[in-house]
Design a protein around this ligand. Structure first.
Ligand code: NAP
Ligand code: GCO
Length: 265
């Protein structure tokens, strides 16, 4: 069983992985034997990420690349293939959110979220698939969201992007499955990272943020997820253990999507 989950000899690219969920997934991949490649928008963040990986004993390869810039992505992938080797595992993790009521959101703000959260996974997947086909195998993991299934106030662009990412995942699975490429999604629940920090900020009187209490009541596990909770599911989807799993969105949410929520006491 252990060999089925090994990533020895594999090269994994995790986008936007200087910290947060991407960093946690890359750590888990490294522990399973993979070589880690990651990118971020700014050199200072790449450097910070490299230092964080080093602290974990991981000799990662970091590059500056804005995943929304197709030319930059194509140059980035070509450079990785030249310097390190063909990418066996791609995790489209980089993402942003803008929490703005829809009727107050500008079209430009909507487009920015769609660009990073949906267009970029298309761009990066398109850049790595040809070499995966030549190599005879590949794993693509798209980081979706509970908002691939549910909406809520202020996250219209994000939910639209993550809903689209669910279907892009299924379409890549459909179009490239015959080349032994498996494309699946991970749908994290509410995870304690910088992206959700505003939803967890303590109130001036020291009490929990109302949204924090709301998520605790909606989660059977009665806690926020930690980024490390995603490592194992990601290793599963990146390994030979999931070679016949394709087009699946694996929700790692502590059970939120299954639960109506704790009734108020
Ligand atoms: P995060 O802490 O905000 O980290 C996002 C990462 O993506 C950062 O490293 C960021 O770099 C990078 N990034 C953003 N735009 C980029 C671009 N154009 N090019 C390259 N890198 C870019 O977010 P997170 O919580 O770790 O979330 C990671 C993924 O999980 C996202 O797709 C998010 O939507 C998804 N997700 C998160 C949760 C959650 O509860 N946290 C739940 C479900 C899904 P910079 O720092 O330079 O901006
Ligand atoms: C929000 C949160 C969520 C989480 C995640 C849930 O504002 O509702 O940011 O969107 O990030 O996507 O799965």
């Amino acid at each position: 069983m252990e060999n089925m989950f090994s990533l020895n000899g594999k090269i994994a690219l995790v986008t936007g992985a200087s910290y947060g969920i991407g960093f946690a997934i890359a750590k888990a991949f490294a522990k399973a034997g993979a070589t880690i490649v990651f990118n971020d928008i700014k050199q200072e963040l790449v450097d910070k990420g490299l230092a964080s990986y080093k602290e974990e004993g991981i000799d990662a390869h970091g590059y500056v690349c804005d995943v929304t810039d197709e030319a930059a992505v194509n140059a980035f992938i070509a450079r990785v293939e030249n310097e390190i080797g063909v990418i066996d595992i791609l995790v489209n993790n980089a993402g942003i959110i803008k929490r703005i009521p829809m009727c107050e959101m500008t079209a430009e703000q909507f487009r920015q979220v769609i660009d990073v959260d949906l267009n970029a996974p298309f761009i990066v997947s398109k850049a790595v698939i040809p070499s995966m086909i030549k190599k005879g195998h590949g794993k693509i993991i798209n980081i979706c969201s509970m908002m691939s299934e549910l909406g809520r106030e202020t996250v219209s662009a994000y939910a639209a992007a993550k809903g689209g990412l669910k279907m892009l995942t299924r379409n890549i699975a459909s179009e490239y499955g015959e080349y032994n490429i498996q494309c699946n999604g991970i749908g994290p629940g509410y995870i304690a990272t910088p992206q959700t920090a505003p939803l967890r900020e303590r109130q001036p009187d020291g009490s929990r943020h109302p949204f924090d209490s709301f998520i605790i009541s909606k989660t059977p596990a009665a806690r926020w997820g930690e980024a490390d909770d995603l490592g194992g599911p990601a290793v599963f989807l990146a390994s030979d253990a999931s070679n016949f799993v394709n087009g699946h969105i694996l929700y790692v949410d502590g059970g939120i999507l299954a639960y109506i929520g704790k009734q108020p006491q």
